[in-house]
Write a protein that binds this ligand. Structure first.
Ligand code: BGC
Length: 260
């Protein structure tokens, strides 16, 4: 069991990549905190599934676009399991609009859900890690951001998302430097195309899927489990010298070449 007795908090943990991370972490023995904003019934049944398999999980409702809610979420996690070891800033949305069409409302939503949440979630977790250290509860602390290949790679027609993910990349680089002296690490995971609800409209369109599969050297989208397995490895302590950097899991899509 790679995560035995570690407590891991996953924002947006009741669907897509977040749900896969929650299930993989619970299988590896972690105490799992599932943050959600909507769908309490789905979250409850996810908790029940984990408990039925002998794991430990709790759902906490928190709007991660609010710094107050994020701090309260970390506090509730600590109240439940005594401490936290890993925060996964996973919640994300995209609007699939370009610069010319993106409204101020779209922009603010994408920045708040992807970027502001990772910023203040990391702040809340880092403060808790430092408090634990000062309270004699061991060293360390890890923050994993679920970013995207689009932290580095333009996606025309999805510009606010690219801007937010680019911000997450600089958050990780800078906060990793600031927090390193406290023994706290921050790592980004950058998935390519993954079969999750965020890509439902692409998956429903056979022509788009043919184009997408052709653009991926491995010839297919990832399954959410393939991202979750890497998150478990990063959280396991077997990756203890990694910080401020990004792990790309994209089937090679970012190297895309027209082969001229
Ligand atoms: C986006 C998807 C896109 C994928 C690969 C993800 O971050 O959410 O919409 O298909 O990157 O480009």
């Amino acid at each position: 069991m790679l995560l035995k007795d570690k407590t891991i908090v996953v924002t947006g943990g009741n669907s897509g990549i977040g749900e896969a991370i929650v299930l993989a972490a619970a299988r590896e023995g972690a105490n799992v905190v599932i943050d959600y904003v909507a769908h309490p019934d789905e979250t409850r049944s996810l908790v029940e599934r984990i408990e039925a398999a002998g794991g430990r999980a709790v759902g906490i409702q928190a709007d991660i676009t609010s710094s107050t809610d994020l701090h309260a979420m970390i506090q509730k996690a600590v109240d439940t399991f005594g401490r936290i070891d890993v925060l996964v800033n996973n919640a994300g949305v995209e609007t699939r609009t370009g610069l010319l069409e993106t409204t101020e409302e779209d922009y603010e939503k994408v920045m708040a859900v992807n970027m502001k949440s990772a910023f203040f979630g990391s702040q809340a977790a880092a403060k808790q890690f430092i408090a634990q250290q000062e309270g004699g509860q061991g060293s360390g602390g890890l923050i994993i951001n679920i970013s995207s290949v689009h932290e580095d790679w333009p996606m025309p027609g999805n510009i606010a998302y690219c801007v937010a993910k680019g911000g997450m990349r600089m958050l990780t680089r800078t906060a990793g430097v600031e927090l390193g002296p406290h023994g706290i690490r921050m790592v980004n995971v950058a998935p390519g195309a993954v079969s999750t609800p965020i890509n439902a409209s692409t998956e429903a369109d056979p022509a788009k899927m043919r184009r997408l599969d052709a653009a991926i050297p491995l010839g297919r989208m990832a399954q959410a489990d393939e991202i979750a397995d890497v998150v478990v490895f990063l959280a396991s302590g077997k990756a203890g010298y990694m910080t401020s950097s990004t792990v790309v899991i994209d089937g090679g899509i970012m190297q895309g070449s027209v082969g001229l």
